[in-house]
Design a protein around this ligand. Structure first.
Ligand code: C2E
Ligand code: CA
Ligand code: CA
Length: 944
C-alpha cells in the first residue's frame, strides 16, 4: 500500500512538475531530488517563474493535468478501497459478536435447563412479559405472544395458589423491589409442578427467574412424612404407613408393596395395597405378562402414560383404569429380588426422576423392614425351639459363665435361670461321679477339638443325681475368638434303667431273680479260672426238684412260680455270699461253691440244702413238702472245664433221681453215660413238646385197583431249635420209655385230625392214619382222648385210621383188644402196623377188631427178587382176604414191586415210588399235580 501511495504521490508530483515545467518554472533536466526540493521550495520559486503561452507549453500542461487527474483518480480509488476494507472488517466483527451472543444465549438456555431455572422479564407499566424457553418448559405450556405471556403465566398457577400469588405480585410490583415466592403450576399436560419465583424490580422492568423445585419439594414432603408417619411403626403398620405416604406424596391412586410368594414363585402377595385411599387386605396376583414381571426381571419400570397400550391384556390393570406406572424391586440381604413397590395412577405420572429416586428409597426401607421381620421371626422361632425343646440347654459366655438356660434345663435340674446365672456349668456335675481330673480332661478336649460328647452325672437342686447324655460345643467368631459355649443334654435315667433292665433280663431269671444260664456259665468260668490260678477247688451242684411238674400241673403255674421263688430264697440262705445260685430253667437249679476245701464240704452243703428245702412249704392253702435230687461235681477232679463239670454234675443228678430221688450223689466216672444220654434227650424232647418243635409229615396210601388216594399216614418229626430234623425212630422209643409218648401222641392226633378236617373241607374224602404206641392204649384213657379230639376238631370218625404195631398187640392182647373194640365202636378204622415182624400166629387176628394189615417194608424191599418174601406176601394177602381184611404194602420203592403187588391183588400201596412223607402244604401241591381235582376230588393217581 505504501508503494501505491508513493506511486500516486510520484504521479501527482510529476504531474505538477510537468505543468510547472510547461510553464517554465522547472528545469527540464531536473532529477527527482531536484524535483522534491523544487516542490518543497515552490512558493519562493513560483514568485520568480512567469508562465509564457506556447503550443509546446500547452501540450506539457495538458499532460500535467492528465497526470494530476490520474493521480487524483488513483487517490479516490485508494480511498474507496480503504473504506471497503474497513467496512468488511466491521461486518465480520459484528458477525463474531452476534455468534458469541448466540452461543452465550444457548449456554444460558442450557444452564437454565440444567438448573431447571427459567428467566423472565416483565414491564411494570404495560405488563408485557418475556419468558425463556426453560420457563415455558417449567410451566408446561407452549410459548405465547408477548402480549399474552403474563396472562398465560398467571393462568398456569395452580388454582389454589393463584389468588395468593397474584396479590403478592401486585403488591410487590408496586411497593417493593424484591420478589420471592413459591407456588404450584399446572401445565397443559395436567401435571403439577412446584416452582420458586424470584425477581428484582427496577424502574420500569422486573427481571426474574422461575425455578422448578418439584423434586426437592417432593423429597422434602417424603422425608418429613416418613419421619412423621412411618418411623416407629413395625410390620404391617409400617408397610401401611409407607404405602400411604407414597400415595400422598405423589398423589397417586394405587400403591402396592408386595413380596414374591414363597410357595408359588409366580405370585405376588401384598404386604399392603392402597387403592384410592383405602387399604385392601389379603391381595395377591400372578406376575405373568404384567409390568410387575418386568420390575422383577428388569429392576426398574416407569410408564408416564398410556400404560394400557403397553399391556392391553392385563385384566387387573384394565379394571383399575390406570394410565401410568412406576415400579421398583426390593432385594433381600442375599441380593435376590424379594418383592416390589409399585405406584399406579389414573392420570399421567411425571417427574420420573423424583418418583423413581424416592421409590428407590422406599423400596430399600421396605426391604430392611422385611429383613428385620424375617430376622425377628427367625429369632422368635429359635427362641421357641430353645424354650420348647426336650433337651436341656445351657449357654455360657466366652469365660464359661452361664448366661442362659432353657425350660427343659430347669425341669430336669430343678435350678431356675437365676439360680445358675454367672455360674460355671461344672457346678452341676455330681462330685460323687466326677472329680477335678474329669473336668480338666473335658476342658482339654473342648479346647483342642471344640466339642465334647459323652455321658455324665449331673446333680439336681435337691441333691439327687441323674445320668445325662451331654454334648458341649465351642462357638467361635470368624476370627476364631471364642464367643460362647453351648451345652445340650438329655436325661437318660430311663434309657439307663432300660439298659439295666435288658442287661438284667439277659442275665437274671425273671421268676426267682437268680442269675440265669448265661450268667451262671460266665460265673462258673470265672470261678474255674480263679481256682486254676490259686490251685483251689470249685464245687458244682445240679439240683432238680422232685415232682415239681406234678405241683405245677395240679396247683397251677402261679403256685409253681411261688414255689420256685421260695426254693431260690432257701437256696440263697443256705450258701455263702461268695457262692452263686442260678436257675437254669424249669425246676433245675445250680450252685457254684467257690474255694471248696474238699468233697466232704460239698456233701455237707448238699445235706444242708436238702434239709432246708424239705421243710414244709405253705403255698396259698396248700401245705407242700419239697424234695430234691442233687448231683455234684468238683473242679479239677471231675472236669477241667465248665462244660465237663456241668455234664458230670448232671449225670450225678440223674443217678440221684434213678436211685430213688431226694438224695445227693457225687459224680463218679463209673456212672452210666448211656442212660444219661437218654435222660438228656428225654429232657430235650420234653422241652420240644413244650416249645412246639414237633411237625407232622404226611405220606399217601393209594388203592391199587383204582389209583384212588385212600389214606394219608401222619408221621411225626422233631425240628430242633437249630433247624436239624430228627427222625421218629430216634425219639419215639425214648418217648415211649419215658411216658412222654402220651402227651406227644395226643398232640399228633390233634394235629392230624385238624389237618384232615381242612382237607375234608376242600373236598378230599380220604382218611388220615395216625400211629399209636402201646403205652398210649394201656396207660391212658385212649378211646376217651380220641373221642374228645374228634369232637374238638369236628372230624368224622370214619376219616380217622389208627395204626398199632403188631409186636405190641401180641404182647398185650387182652388190654389192646378191649381198647380197639371201643375205638371201633366210634367208627374208626384200625390197622396192624409192621405186620409180619411179630409173632406170626395169625389166630390173634380173629380176636381183634381190625380192618387192615400193613405189611412191613422189610418184606417188600426184596420182591420180586426174593421168592420167600414173595411167598410171605402172597400168603398174607390170601389170609387177609379170608379174614375180610385189606392189605397195605409199605415201602414200595420201584415199579417191579408195584407190579408184583398188583398181580397179587394187594389193596393199597405206600412208599417213595408214590410219594415221600412231606409237609401238608407240599402234599397239597402233590395232590393238585396228580389228581384231577375239579371233576374227581380224589381221583385216579397218575402214576407215571
Ligand atoms: P412206620 O409207621 O412203619 O412208618 C413208615 C416209615 O417208613 C416212615 O418212617 C416212612 O418215612 C418210611 N417209608 C415210607 N415209605 C418208604 C419207602 O418207600 N422206603 C423206605 N425205606 N421207607 C419208607 P419214619 O417216618 O421214619 O417213621 C418211622 C417210624 O416211627 C414209623 O414207622 C412209626 O412206627 C414211628 N412213628 C412215626 N410217627 C409216629 C407217631 O406219630 N406216633 C408213633 N407212636 N409212632 C410214630
Ligand atoms: Ca405206621
Ligand atoms: Ca410200618
Amino acid at each position: 500500500m505504501a508503494v501505491v501511495w508513493r506511486l500516486i504521490w510520484i504521479m501527482l508530483c510529476f504531474g505538477m512538475l510537468s505543468q510547472q515545467a510547461a510553464l517554465g518554472h522547472v528545469p527540464d533536466t531536473a532529477g527527482p531530488e531536484q524535483l522534491v526540493t523544487f516542490l518543497l521550495n515552490q512558493p519562493e520559486s513560483s514568485q520568480v517563474i512567469n508562465p509564457s503561452p506556447s503550443w509546446h507549453i500547452h501540450w506539457e500542461a495538458l499532460s500535467g493535468y492528465l497526470l494530476i487527474f490520474a493521480g487524483l483518480t488513483g487517490f479516490v480509488f485508494l480511498l474507496v478501497l480503504l473504506w471497503n476494507t474497513r467496512l468488511r472488517r466491521e461486518v465480520s466483527r459484528r458477525r463474531q459478536t452476534e455468534a458469541a451472543l448466540r452461543e452465550s444465549e444457548q449456554n444460558l438456555l442450557h444452564s437454565q435447563r440444567i438448573a431447571a431455572i427459567g428467566s423472565w422479564q416483565l414491564s411494570v407499566t404495560d405488563r408485557v412479559m418475556t419468558c425463556s424457553d426453560e420457563m415455558h418448559r417449567i410451566l408446561g405450556v407452549e410459548p405465547a405472544d408477548a402480549g399474552d405471556c403474563y396472562k398465560q403465566f398467571l393462568n398456569t398457577i395452580h388454582c389454589d395458589d393463584r389468588l395468593r400469588v397474584e396479590n403478592y405480585f401486585y403488591t410487590t410490583l408496586r411497593y417493593q423491589n424484591e420478589l420471592d415466592c413459591q407456588f404450584r403450576v399446572t401445565g397443559d399436560d395436567g401435571a403439577v409442578r412446584y416452582v420458586k419465583c424470584q425477581g428484582k424490580v427496577t424502574a420500569e422492568t422486573v427481571h426474574g427467574t422461575l425455578q422448578d423445585i418439584t423434586e426437592r419439594h417432593l423429597s422434602d414432603l417424603f422425608f418429613q412424612g416418613f419421619a412423621r408417619q412411618v418411623t416407629g411403626h413395625h410390620g404391617t403398620d409400617y408397610f401401611n404407613a409407607l404405602a400411604g405416604l407414597l400415595a400422598e406424596t405423589f398423589n397417586v391412586a394405587y400403591v402396592l408393596i408386595g413380596v414374591i410368594s414363597k410357595t408359588e414363585p409366580g405370585r405376588v402377595d401384598s404386604l399392603c395395597l392402597i387403592a384410592k385411599g383405602k387399604i385392601v387386605k389379603d391381595f395377591y396376583y400372578y406376575l405373568a405378562d404384567t409390568p410387575c414381571q418386568k420390575v422383577i426381571e428388569n429392576h426398574v419400570c416407569f410408564y408416564a402414560r398410556d400404560l394400557l397400550l403397553h399391556f392391553p391384556d392385563v385384566e387387573v390393570l384394565q379394571q383399575m383404569e390406570v394410565e401410568s406406572y412406576a415400579g421398583i424391586p426390593m432385594f433381600s440381604s442375599e441380593g435376590t429380588c424379594s418383592g416390589l413397590i409399585v405406584m399406579l395412577d389414573q392420570k399421567p405420572m411425571l417427574n420420573e426422576q423424583a418418583v423413581l429416586s424416592l421409590l428407590q428409597v422406599a423400596a430399600s426401607r421396605a426391604s430392611s423392614e422385611l429383613q428385620e421381620l424375617e430376622a425377628e421371626r427367625q429369632l422368635k422361632l429359635t427362641s421357641l425351639v430353645f424354650e420348647n425343646t426336650q433337651e436341656g440347654i445351657i449357654i455360657a459366655d466366652a469365660n464359661g459363665c452361664i448366661i442362659r438356660v432353657n425350660r427343659a434345663f430347669t425341669r430336669m435340674s430343678g435350678f431356675s435361670e437365676s439360680d445358675v446365672l454367672e455360674k460355671r456349668p461344672e457346678f452341676l456335675y455330681s462330685r460323687a461321679h466326677h472329680d477335678h481330673h474329669f473336668v480338666f480332661h473335658l476342658r482339654q478336649v473342648l479346647n483342642k477339638q471344640g466339642r465334647w460328647q459323652g455321658e455324665l452325672w449331673n446333680q439336681r437342686k435337691d441333691g439327687s443325681v441323674f445320668p445325662a447324655l451331654q454334648s458341649i460345643e465351642r462357638i467361635c467368631d470368624n476370627s476364631g475368638k471364642v464367643q460362647h459355649y453351648i451345652s445340650v443334654f438329655t436325661d437318660i435315667t430311663e434309657k439307663k434303667a432300660d439298659e439295666e433292665r435288658i442287661q438284667y433280663l439277659a442275665h437274671f431269671d425273671a421268676v426267682t431273680g437268680l442269675p440265669n444260664r448265661v450268667l451262671f456259665n460266665d460265673r462258673l468260668q470265672q470261678s474255674i479260672q480263679r481256682a486254676r490260678r490259686f490251685k483251689r477247688q470249685v464245687g458244682l451242684m445240679f439240683l432238680d426238684l422232685d415232682r415239681f411238674k406234678y405241683i405245677n400241673d395240679t396247683l397251677g403255674h402261679p403256685v409253681g412260680d411261688l414255689l420256685l421263688e421260695l426254693v431260690a430264697k432257701r437256696l440263697q440262705d443256705s450258701i455263702r455270699q461268695s457262692d452263686t445260685v442260678a436257675r437254669l430253667g424249669g425246676d433245675e437249679f445250680v450252685v457254684i461253691v467257690e474255694d471248696l476245701d474238699g468233697q466232704d464240704t460239698l456233701r455237707v452243703l448238699a445235706g444242708k440244702i436238702m434239709k432246708s428245702l424239705s421243710l414244709p412249704v405253705q403255698l396259698e392253702s396248700h401245705r407242700v413238702n419239697v424234695h430234691c435230687s442233687i448231683g455234684m461235681s468238683v473242679f479239677p477232679e471231675h472236669g477241667n472245664d465248665a462244660d465237663q463239670l456241668v455234664k458230670h454234675a448232671d449225670i450225678a443228678m440223674y443217678h440221684a433221681k434213678e436211685s430213688g430221688r431226694n438224695q445227693a450223689v457225687l459224680y463218679l466216672p463209673e456212672l452210666s453215660v448211656r442212660t444219661y444220654a437218654n435222660y438228656s434227650l428225654e429232657r430235650s424232647l420234653r422241652h420240644a413238646i413244650d416249645t412246639a418243635q414237633l411237625r407232622l409229615h404226611y405220606q399217601p396210601q393209594v388203592r391199587l385197583s383204582s389209583g384212588r388216594l385212600d389214606s394219608i399216614e401222619a408221621l411225626v418229626r422233631w425240628q430242633k431249635e437249630d433247624g436239624q430234623l430228627v427222625e421218629p425212630d430216634q425219639f419215639i422209643p425214648l418217648a415211649e420209655d419215658s411216658g412222654l409218648i402220651v402227651p406227644l401222641g395226643k398232640w399228633v392226633l390233634q394235629q392230624a385230625c385238624r389237618q384232615m378236617k381242612c382237607w375234608l373241607d376242600q373236598g378230599l374224602t380220604m382218611r388220615v392214619a395216625v400211629n399209636i404206641s402201646g403205652l398210649q392204649i394201656i396207660n391212658s384213657n385212649w378211646p376217651g382222648t380220641v373221642k374228645d379230639v374228634l369232637e374238638e376238631t369236628g372230624l368224622p370218625a370214619r376219616h380217622l385210621e389208627l395204626e398199632i404195631t403188631e409186636s405190641y398187640v401180641i404182647q398185650h392182647l387182652d388190654q389192646v383188644a378191649e381198647v380197639l373194640e371201643q375205638l371201633r365202636e366210634l367208627g374208626i378204622r384200625i390197622s396192624i402196623d409192621d405186620f409180619g415182624t411179630g409173632y406170626s400166629s395169625l389166630s390173634y387176628l380173629k380176636r381183634l377188631p381190625v380192618d387192615a394189615l400193613k405189611v412191613d417194608r422189610s418184606f417188600i424191599r426184596d420182591v420180586p427178587k426174593s421168592p420167600s418174601d414173595g411167598k410171605i406176601i402172597s400168603a398174607i394177602i390170601a389170609m387177609a382176604a379170608q379174614l375180610g381184611l385189606e392189605v397195605v404194602a409199605e415201602g414200595v420203592e420201584n415199579a417191579a414191586q408195584l407190579s408184583f403187588l398188583s398181580q397179587r391183588d394187594c389193596d393199597l400201596v405206600q412208599g417213595y415210588l408214590i410219594a415221600s412223607p412231606q409237609s401238608a402244604s407240599e402234599l397239597n401241591e402233590w395232590i393238585v399235580r396228580h389228581y384231577r381235582q375239579e371233576s374227581e376230588p380224589a381221583g385216579r393217581l397218575l402214576v407215571k
